[in-house]
Design a protein around this ligand. Structure first.
Ligand code: ATP
Ligand code: MG
Length: 421
């Protein structure tokens, strides 16, 4: 039996790589403008990090983690998200926060044991930022507008931003209580998850994706009326600053997000070009997480976006030009000319030019066929006649014309044509 990749994982093949490179390169450029620096943390961590950081009641920790014992009997988990690891690193390496703030970004694979479907995988990739140390609502507005700036730059169409505030330990209990009073009469109509959450973490009921449950959420008490002064002021400021930046958004009082660590601002960016899995980016403020993880009380805000979902939209709706370097195919006619051509390839590559040769062929026709299959732009033809005159034929496969040149000049000629364009 032939082996295939595990369920929920994907091979990202060369034909798609331009989208990945485009997303990664653009992200780095934009993050750099906003003065973020890259951090790379391990792909697995002690399981306790996620249990403590994300909360045992979250879907991620209770159902979706890839956890295993290593040979030293440690419980390890493949990271399901980036924030917990970055918070750990920020506490562990005080030099990261020596200016009382750390602005970090990351990029890499995440692992969640979910039911695979379009836009939902067991290994997927996130790119995200964490702004640690800033309590000012400018930061929330800046992080959201950075996300939109990045997606504009990527060329993702059809996006909309929703924001909300989930309060803080002062007002959250009030919000939860009001919600419970509202929900309690319909509890028997809600799903098992909702019933469980009713006792453990009622706010998360609003995150239920079940359509039937959602019909019972209309007419919900306004979450914003229950916010404490501090949270209300903060939220109003974020709204004001987003307006002042011209960022389009809507307030969604049901937006609570799947993680327990959020305080105050939560936000999500969705695309109308995706089906059921329409969220591209999620984020929010987490002012209590760093203290909870054993660090000094430090405010923070961040987001993460799903690269696969961004690729899906780009593939269908954008016209990224595949800016591959043109390929030069080197074609010796007859085995006697091969060694000279082999050396020429080395010279071309040292000069920064991309080239290829088929070592198994000696007749021109079949080599030109290969060049065609490889979508080569140029072909260099070197037969006995050329060898005698110290020349080489340069065939432009696109413009369909050819000329002979002294072989010792050909590298410079091609470098002029290709690199100086
Ligand atoms: P969803 O509601 O789609 O499950 P989430 O709330 O679990 O998303 P986050 O944990 O906030 O998502 O992660 C941020 C982004 O990462 C999501 O908006 C999405 O683009 C992407 N993402 C999350 N889980 C997956 C997955 N299993 N496969 C692919 N992308 C994912
Ligand atoms: Mg999820």
């Amino acid at each position: 039996m032939t082996l295939t990749n595990p369920r929920g994982t994907q091979d990202i093949l060369p034909a798609d790589m331009m989208y990945w490179h485009h997303i990664e390169a653009t992200s780095r450029t934009i993050f750099n403008m906003y003065h973020y620096e890259e951090i790379r943390t391990p792909i697995f961590e002690l399981s306790e990090l996620f249990e403590r950081g994300l909360g045992n009641e979250t879907d991620i920790v209770s159902k979706e983690m890839y956890t295993f014992m290593d040979k030293g009997n440690r419980s390890l988990t493949l990271r399901p998200e980036g924030t917990a690891s970055i918070v750990r690193a920020a506490i562990q390496h005080p030099q990261l926060t020596k200016h009382n703030q750390a602005k970090l970004y990351y990029c890499g694979p995440m692992f969640r044991y979910e039911r695979p479907q379009a836009g939902r995988y067991r290994q997927f990739h996130q790119i995200g930022i964490e702004n640690i140390g800033n309590a000012h609502p400018f930061t929330d507005a800046e992080v959201i507008s950075l996300g939109l700036h990045l997606f504009d730059e990527l060329g993702l169409p059809g996006l909309s931003v929703s924001i909300n505030s989930v309060g803080c330990p002062v007002c959250r209990p009030v919000i939860q209580e009001r919600l419970k009073q509202f929900i309690v009469n319909n509890l028997q109509h809600l799903c098992g998850d909702c019933n469980r959450r009713f006792d453990q973490n009622p706010l998360r009921i609003l995150d239920c994706k079940n359509d039937k449950c959602r019909t019972y959420f209309t007419g919900l008490p306004d979450i914003h009326k229950s916010l404490c002064h501090d949270c209300k002021d903060h939220f109003n400021s974020v709204v004001e600053y987003l307006d002042s930046l011209g960022v389009p958004f809507e307030i969604d009082p049901k937006l609570v997000r799947g993680l327990d660590y959020y305080t105050k601002t939560t936000f999500e960016i969705v695309s109308d070009k995706l089906g059921a899995q329409n969220a591209i980016c999620g984020g929010g403020r987490y002012d209590n997480l760093i203290k909870k993880m054993g660090g000094k009380s430090t405010p923070a805000v961040g987001f993460a976006f799903g690269v696969e979902r961004a690729v899906m939209v780009l593939k269908e709706f954008s016209e990224i030009i595949n800016r591959q370097d043109p390929l030069i195919f080197v074609a010796p006619i007859g085995f006697n000319q091969q060694t000279r051509c082999f050396r020429l390839m080395n010279e071309l590559r040292r000069a920064g030019l991309k080239c290829e040769m088929d070592y198994s062929k000696e007749d021109l026709k079949s080599q030109l066929k290969t060049a065609d299959k490889m979508e080569a732009r140029f072909c260099l033809i070197f037969g006995e006649e050329e060898a005698e005159k110290n020349e080489i034929i340069l065939k432009d496969l696109l413009e369909r014309k050819q000329d002979s040149y002294p072989i010792e000049n050909i590298v410079d000629i091609l470098a002029d044509k290709i690199l100086k364009r």
